[in-house]
Design a protein around this ligand. Structure first.
Ligand SMILES: [Zn+2]
Length: 300
């Protein structure tokens, strides 16, 4: 177990309990989230160390299941995935101003996003910790995907864009990873990071049942304010903020389920729609956010 005596982001001693929650996804074990009253970072206190966190991740069965499963839910899932992949590709093309370039996806999973980008002419590489997911990416999509410890073998300033879709919150050593990202990104490159937003409307509503807390797999629970501090400390500045449109529905449905609601699917969709519409006028209250980072000028 990792116990923090001071804030992992700003070193302040003013940290204390924020919310008690459980691992509703798998183990049911209780965990406590702490908040720093100086920088506002929320983090999972007493989370398992890197060596013992493996058992909190599901087996690899989901890969084959998602690819081959028939039926209504699986078809909806695949349709949603296709829509999300297109949204992500268009977002990257618009944000980088490039029709094609060199892209690194960290936490590339089964490689669907990389494949989508490669199909449109991008030169792509992936980093993925899960061996089965890596093998799937190579065998199914013919992609180049390496394990995280091999990131050091990639040459300096070799990418126009580095993406992390919902992975940074899982990292045990995010600062060390960011110094690698700093090294790998070209001076004009963009780093694109999707994260759950613990100051969102849906987080305020569901509290301990908010599915994106996902303890102990999620260690860091950023808000736009605390992520801004993290980015600056790592030599980056936030240039823009976007959102992923479907996340709020997925998270609301799952949160209703964790709360034990009857008709959680329909309730999740109705409430998700309400949170979605409210956040149109207030993007910083969206369920999840995509941050677009530039290198800070002095770190070029
Ligand atoms: Zn702090």
């Amino acid at each position: 177990m990792i116990n923090y005596k001071t804030c992992p982001l700003c070193n302040s001693e003013k940290i204390g309990s924020w919310i008690q929650t459980n691992d509703f996804f798998l183990s049911r074990e209780p965990f406590t989230l702490f908040i720093c009253s100086d920088c506002g970072l929320v983090f999972t206190q007493d989370h398992p160390d890197e060596g013992s966190s493996g058992r909190y991740y599901e087996s690899n069965d989901y890969i084959s299941h998602n690819e081959k499963a028939k039926g209504f839910i699986s078809s909806v899932y695949r349709l949603a995935r296709k829509f999300m992949l297109r949204s992500k590709r268009k977002m990257i093309t618009r944000l980088t101003g490039l029709r094609r370039g060199d892209l690194l996806d960290i936490g590339s999973g089964t490689g669907h996003f990389l494949f989508e980008m490669q199909r449109k002419g991008w030169k792509v590489k992936g980093i993925e910790i899960n061996e089965s997911a890596r093998a799937f990416s190579v065998n199914t999509h013919n992609l180049e995907v390496i394990s995280p410890q091999n990131i050091v073998s990639l040459p300096d300033s070799s990418f126009d864009c580095i993406t992390l879709w919902h992975v940074l919150e899982h990292f045990h050593y995010p600062k060390a990873f960011f110094s690698e990202i700093q090294r790998l990104l070209k001076s004009t490159g963009k780093c694109v990071i999707a994260l759950p937003n613990c100051s969102s409307f849906d987080s305020d509503h569901y509290k301990k049942f908010w599915a994106a807390l996902d303890v102990p797999r999620h260690i860091w629970h950023f808000s736009p304010a605390s992520f801004n501090i993290f980015a600056r400390n790592s030599g980056f500045q936030i240039k823009a903020i976007r959102r992923l449109p479907l996340d709020v529905f997925y998270i609301s449905i799952l949160s209703e389920k964790y709360r034990g609601s009857e008709f959680y699917l329909i309730k999740g969709i109705i409430k998700g729609s309400w949170f979605f519409f409210k956040s149109i006028w207030n993007i910083k209250k969206s369920s999840s956010l995509v941050y677009i980072l530039n290198k800070l000028p002095e770190s070029h």
